[in-house]
Write a protein that binds this ligand. Structure first.
Ligand code: C2E
Ligand code: MG
Ligand code: MG
Length: 647
């Protein structure tokens, strides 16, 4: 029976499709993917050699030339076959972050390479001694005794990879571990079948199936690539960095944040904004300093909300990292031309070394999220320079600070009067919580509210807020103060607790507060209004008689279309609109937004107004209420009462 070559054809087809799809899905970035692509190429070439070795090769008329060609093909077949084990081993080493440890063991490295080198030498010697394989004059292929050495070397590499995989299994999800294990199972199965049915060329087919499993389960592009920018995704950053931190692999990270990300988004609109993000990541990818580009372990990630990270592997590379970071900052500070607009990107660049400076994931994320708040303008911030900074220390310590504040009841409510354009008086006010820490002093809610939402203490804080505001309303007659209602912020995380409606209801009735005296402000983030519990809570509170306003409209997530069916009476334009109101393009964005909100029959509050000019302009554009430092800052209860009585 002739050799059954169809499996090889199928393998070649699968491999070609896989390689194409890898390139189309932009999966070629990064060392892990790089080594896997090389492995797939080698398997493909191996398959081609396998196919050619079974052909008649009748196009070569001279029998001795035909034989020489066959020898070359079979030699390459073995060389490729022998390379697959070490490549797979390297792939697992990169994937599990163990490469860094391994590469420092020189002797181990040499021992590791020895079998491979021995096989290469053997293949060369085979040309003379025919001790691995040979062809008889009639073109018949025969194996010789030394072929066993090649099999032994192959088994050695598979065993090494298998041991490494078992030892690092903790670092992999179950499905990925199983997909990686398939290499061994499929190989053993194919070799076993081929032993009994030598004519079935199954080995390459089993490798192609392994390639398919690993590409789709282990490399999973949809998880690791940010499709807007083409950079690696936040998800990939989380996984890669956790692995790097666990394996104590030395890396430097350059974080780049677009500080005016949201206003750029509002100003440009979605498409050009995405184009901008793409161009920045393209620049980071292609234009780093020469020294760093040549490093294989350099990855660009797009995390979220205008935050990028470049992770560079290596020890003692600080001067290069500093140079690259400064170059990036300088370049991104130059006006960026997009959609015929010369944009000023407000960028902050921060660098940090892991694990020397930061060895914990939470601290790394804290740094990524806060370095730009404490960055001196036009300078690269190094972690070490801001580590002692109060803001940064607060961010790192925030969970403890909140815990302590809850235990000691050290929250107070401040009130910021809001000016009614129509009534020419302060008719409402926003209640804003303050945390007073005995060591740190006043801590901003911008810092502790998001942390409380994450650690679950927001519910306790929310209970305090509503209690204290109800007490204030009970103790003071709002209408005598000229107020219609108080605005209270309600985080959508609070709306996810199903008892929130009863708690607020009970609080109102125990303090004899009319629900219409409270207006709840909620902020739309990317998906929270899609959440059923959030919607149900908002509608239930509304049916109790409480009114709602949509807070922070224009921060990049909000979309009026998505909230038209929600019971909002007012929309609050975010401060970012105010920051850019003098920009002609932004003016037209604001005017259109105002028109749209008016068409929906809702009132407009503009917040963050700091100057007379802005207050007058927004009033002239039809805004109903104005809130901002221009009129009054948030103030403690007593001062607030005093303010109202003297207005
Ligand atoms: P927010 O609800 O959008 O509140 C408006 C913020 O803008 C307040 O910051 C206010 O002090 C500030 N602000 C008002 N006018 C101006 C201005 O002219 N210039 C500037 N630079 N800022 C101005 P604050 O008090 O730091 O609160 C920050 C955020 O924390 C609030 O944003 C809200 O999301 C959250 N927050 C505050 N209090 C509470 C609360 O009781 N419960 C909940 N869930 N969140 C709260
Ligand atoms: Mg608010
Ligand atoms: Mg707001």
């Amino acid at each position: 029976m002739g050799r059954i070559v169809y499996f090889d054809f199928a393998a070649a087809a699968i491999l070609v499709i896989l390689l194409f799809s890898i390139f189309f899905r932009r999966m070629y970035r990064g060392r892990v993917n790089g080594i896997f692509i090389i492995l797939l190429f080698v398997i493909l070439l191996n398959t081609v050699c396998d196919i050619l070795s079974t052909r008649e090769l009748s196009f070569i008329s001279d029998p001795s030339a035909r034989n020489s060609f066959r020898i070359v093909i079979s030699t390459f077949y073995f060389i490729f076959r022998i390379s697959e084990g070490p490549l797979y081993f390297l792939f697992i080493a990169f994937l599990t972050g163990s490469w860094n440890r391994l590469k420092t063991h020189r002797i181990l490295g040499i021992i590791f390479l020895l079998p491979f080198i021995a096989c290469l030498v053997l293949m060369i010697l085979n040309m003379i001694f025919h001790n691995v394989f040979y062809y008889t004059g009639d073109g018949e292929y025969h194996r010789a005794g030394m072929v066993a050495v090649l099999y032994a070397a192959g088994a050695f590499y598979l065993l090494c990879a298998f041991i490494l995989l078992l030892r690092k299994s903790k670092m992999l999800d179950t499905e990925k571990f199983i997909a990686l294990l398939s290499m061994f199972v499929l190989q053993i199965l194919a070799i076993a079948i081929q032993l009994f049915y030598p004519d079935y060329l199954l080995e390459m087919f089993s490798m192609a199936i392994m390639g398919m499993l690993v590409t789709n389960i282990v490399l999973r592009p949809e998880e690791n690539v940010d499709f807007t920018t083409g950079a690696r995704s936040y998800n990939a950053f989380t996984k890669d960095m956790q692995q790097i931190l666990l394996s104590e692999q030395p890396v430097s990270i350059i974080f780049v944040r677009l500080k005016n990300n949201s206003s750029l988004n509002s100003l440009l609109g979605n498409e050009p904004y995405q184009e901008l993000l793409r161009r920045i990541s393209g620049y980071m990818d292609s234009n780093p300093t020469d020294v760093l580009t040549q490093r294989p372990g350099r990855e660009v990630y797009y995390m979220y909300a205008g935050l990028y990270a470049i992770v560079i592997e290596g020890r003692n590379i600080e001067p290069h990292v500093k140079f690259e970071a400064e170059k990036l900052l300088r370049t991104l500070q130059e006006p960026f031309n997009i959609n015929q607009l010369d944009l000023d990107l407000d960028v902050a660049v921060g660098t940090v070394r892991c694990p020397e400076d930061i060895s914990k994931w939470d601290d790394l994320i804290t740094f990524a999220n806060t370095f730009d708040r404490v960055t001196p303008e036009a300078e690269v911030t190094n972690y070490l320079t801001i580590a002692p900074d109060k803001q940064f220390r607060l961010a790192a310590e925030i969970d403890n600070i909140i815990g302590k504040a809850i235990a000691n009841n050290s929250f107070v409510m401040y009130y910021q009067p809001i000016y009614s354009v129509k009534e020419k008086a302060f008719t409402t006010a926003e209640a804003l919580i303050r945390l007073i820490d005995d060591k740190e002093g006043m801590v901003s809610p911008g810092l502790f509210i998001p942390a409380a939402e994450k650690n679950g203490t927001i519910h306790k804080i929310g209970d305090f807020v509503i209690q204290d505001v109800c007490r204030f309303i009970e103790e003071n007659n709002l209408s005598k103060l000229g107020l219609h209602f108080i605005e209270v912020n309600l985080s959508t995380v609070q709306c996810m607790r199903n008892t929130v409606v009863d708690r607020i209801g009970q609080c109102l009735s125990s303090h004899h507060v009319d629900p219409s005296n409270i207006n709840l402000e909620v902020t739309e983030t990317a998906s929270n209004f899609v959440h059923d519990t959030v919607r149900t809570t908002i509608f239930s509170l509304h049916s109790l008689g409480l009114n709602f306003a949509l807070d922070d409209y224009g921060t990049g997530y909000s979309n009026l279309q998505r909230v038209v069916d929600m019971p909002f009476n007012a929309i609050k334009l975010d401060k970012r609109f105010v920051d850019e109101w003098e920009h002609p393009r932004m003016r037209s964005v604001i005017q259109n937004t105002i028109r749209m909100i008016k068409d929906l029959g809702e009132e407009i509050v503009v917040e963050g107004v700091e100057t007379k000019e802005a207050a007058e302009w927004f009033a002239s554009q039809g805004c109903d209420y104005i809130q901002g430092f221009y009129y009054a800052r948030p103030m403690p209860e007593k001062e607030f009462l005093h303010f109202l009585m003297n207005q």
